[in-house]
Design a protein around this ligand. Structure first.
Ligand code: C5P
Length: 243
């Protein structure tokens, strides 16, 4: 089936309670392609939150666990993730290629692995403070590309990256290697004290080649979240079919 505008949208269930998460799943079902379950909700609720999303919606599920451990442990953990029947999971690229390979192996073709290249709150100063020298400190995007290559070589389904890196990633690793982009801010949104710095609009991210955009607060905090999601869909469709 051809990918529709809504299929590009990943809505993070960043809520402290399963009650709120469920309300939003019901509200947005049919208007987003995927729900993302992050650490807050998963630590609190465990696998039952995955079952809740499956029961309430037809959307896919992205478990944002950002795994990082010795390869043998990641392999075993990924076996449990695959048994949950989720579509995507995140694993840090900052360890070894072997760890990423074991993650892919543990996913058994049921759960795709997305590599986290460099967290977007990590800038050159943080890269330096964590022990890197030379070219990676001068240009952290080189580190992003280096880690994206590790993920690609290990058989990951794609990477999480900022909008600014999407074009380079698609050009180097091809269309089928997913670029998943957070930090999405529609032009119509205004959030007080917004912590996202390197932002792109939904239209820009799609035009640059993003396969999935993670968009939370602009939808969650809108007066009418359903309407906000529909406005994002319109923008995505316009970017997919430029005049
Ligand atoms: O759109 P909003 O900023 O509310 O989205 C926040 C979500 O995006 C959170 O679930 C967060 O984990 C995720 N995210 C992010 N920046 C990254 C990776 C993921 O904000 N680099």
């Amino acid at each position: 089936m051809q990918k529709q505008g809504k299929d590009y949208i990943v809505f993070p269930l960043d809520f402290a309670s399963v009650k709120e998460a469920k309300e939003y799943v019901k509200l947005l079902d049919g208007n987003v392609g995927m729900f993302k379950i992050g650490l807050e909700l998963f630590i609190d609720q465990g696998p039952s939150v995955v079952q809740m999303v499956k029961k309430e919606s037809r959307a896919k599920i992205f478990l944002d666990l950002k795994l990082h451990d010795i390869s043998a442990t990641v392999l075993r953990a990924m076996g449990r993730v695959a048994a949950l029947g989720v579509d995507l999971v995140t694993v840090h690229c900052s360890s070894s290629k072997n760890m990423l390979e074991r993650a892919v192996q543990g996913g058994q073709g049921k759960t795709g692995v997305l590599g986290v290249t460099l967290l977007t709150d990590n800038d050159a100063d943080i890269v330096k403070a964590s022990g890197f020298k030379g070219e990676f400190v001068k240009d952290p995007q080189l580190l992003v590309m280096h880690r994206a290559k590790m993920a690609y070589d290990a058989g990951c389904k794609g990477v999480v990256c900022s909008g600014q890196e999407v074009q380079q990633i698609k050009k180097r690793f091809g269309d089928s290697f997913l670029a998943v982009t957070p930090g999405i801010r529609p032009a119509w949104t205004f959030l007080e004290n917004d912590d996202q710095k390197r932002v792109t609009t939904p239209g820009q991210a799609i035009a640059l080649g993003s396969d999935l955009i993670v968009i939370g607060r602009p939808i969650r905090d809108a007066d009418d979240p359903g309407k906000a999601a529909q406005a994002v869909i319109k923008e995505i469709e316009a970017a997919l079919n430029p005049l």
